[in-house]
Structures are given as structure tokens and as C-alpha cells.
Ligand binder design. Structure first.
Ligand SMILES: Cc1cn([C@H]2C[C@H](O)[C@@H](COP(=O)(O)OP(=O)(O)O[C@H]3O[C@@H](C)C(=O)[C@@H](O)[C@H]3O)O2)c(=O)[nH]c1=O
Length: 179
């Protein structure tokens, strides 16, 4: 696996290394040893999928706070998404900055999202499916959100928003002291 740290410290784009033969390829997409050597979390509480019927669908920006703060490893198993994280670690030099990357069925890239980041994505194709692993169990009482179009972040989304949940459309403006 090839790990490329993003401009937001601790967040990585991960690419599998493909071993090709006449049948196709083999590649590792999760490795306790390799990730452990980089100090990345290998705690796994849930593996989740979300399916989106339409291009332009937006989910996020979500995170869980302590004591259920979670690390996420995100990939797109069908179609394509633009995956985005926002650094909400209060003491981080990149606090409130965002990063986005295309994760597609073809490129097999993954995004490693550390604890303390809000995460969301927009689908770039109809019928896009996202598979992600999280280090903590779902705990809705500790879920917090940030609005995808909050001017505090200025995230540039690739498409018009075709569909977003009422919950995600109405998260309040982000206040740096906490949300
Ligand atoms: C995330 C999650 C949701 N649910 C339920 C709650 C609700 O009834 C339904 C849909 O929930 P949501 O609208 O929160 O689903 P969704 O908007 O897809 O939430 C996800 O968004 C992306 C961006 C993330 O980063 C994830 O961590 C997660 O927050 O599924 C669970 O039962 N377990 C879970 O782990």
C-alpha cells in the first residue's frame, strides 16, 4: 500500500499496490502491520456501506466526539465520489482547512480520516456505493455535524447538490470553540 500524507497532518490518501497477472490483479487494502508502523489506527468496530442513487448526492459533514471519536477508512466500491475532510482539531495548525480527493471504483484509492475531522462526500455518478470502516461503534448521541456549505470552510464541491438530508442541510454555522 502507498501512503501519501495530505496537507492535513495525519490524514492519508492510500493507494493499493496491484500485482497483475492474466486473471486480473491482487492488492491489499488494509494491513494491520503496515498501518501500525505508520501509527495509524487499526481498531475496527464497524464496516459500513452507503448507496446513493443519484449523481450530486451529498452526505456529511460528520464526526463523532469523545468518548466515541472515530477514525475512518473510506473507499468507493461502485461509481465515483469526491471525498472531503475538514480538520476540526482545535489545536491543529490546519484547523478548519479542508482536503478533497476523488475516490472511484477504478482508482481504488482510499482516504484515512483521523479522529477530530469532519467527513463527507458528493457522488460523481449515479449508483455510487461507498464502503468505510470505522474504529468506534455508532453513537448518535456523540455525533456532530458541520454544514457542507458553511462559509467558515469554503469547501468547493464539484457539482450542484442534487440531494442532501434535512439533517445535513441544517447543521449550524461552525464555531471554532466547538460544535
Ligand atoms: C452511520 C450510521 C447510521 N445508522 C442509521 C441512522 C439513520 O437511521 C440511517 C442513516 O444515517 P445517516 O443519515 O447519519 O447516514 P450517513 O449520512 O450516510 O452518515 C454517514 O455519513 C458519512 C459522511 C460519514 O462520515 C459516516 O461516518 C456517517 O456519519 O442509518 C446506523 O444505524 N448506524 C450507523 O453507523
Amino acid at each position: 500500500m502507498i501512503f501519501s500524507e495530505t496537507n492535513l497532518g495525519g490524514a492519508y490518501v492510500i493507494e493499493p499496490q496491484f500485482i497483475q497477472d492474466e486473471r486480473g490483479f491482487f492488492a491489499r487494502v488494509w494491513c494491520k502491520r503496515e498501518m501500525g508502523e505508520l501509527g495509524l489506527s487499526t481498531n475496527l468496530a464497524q464496516s459500513n456501506i452507503s448507496f446513493n442513487k443519484y449523481r450530486g448526492t451529498l452526505r456529511g459533514m460528520h464526526r463523532q466526539i469523545e468518548p466515541a471519536a472515530e477514525v475512518k477508512l473510506v473507499r468507493c466500491t461502485k461509481g465515483a465520489i469526491y471525498d472531503v475532510i475538514v480538520d476540526l482539531r482545535p489545536d491543529s495548525p490546519t484547523h478548519m482547512q479542508w482536503f478533497g480527493v476523488e475516490l472511484t471504483e477504478q482508482n481504488h484509492k482510499m482516504l484515512y480520516v483521523p479522529a477530530g475531522f469532519a467527513h463527507g462526500y458528493q457522488t460523481l455518478e449515479d449508483n455510487s456505493e461507498v464502503f468505510y470502516q470505522v474504529s468506534e461503534f455508532y453513537a448518535p448521541q456523540y455525533e456532530r455535524g458541520a454544514r457542507y456549505n458553511d462559509p467558515a470552510f469554503g469547501i468547493v464541491w464539484p457539482l450542484e447538490v442534487a440531494s442532501v438530508s434535512d439533517k445535513d442541510g441544517s447543521w449550524p454555522d461552525y464555531l471554532p470553540a466547538g460544535m
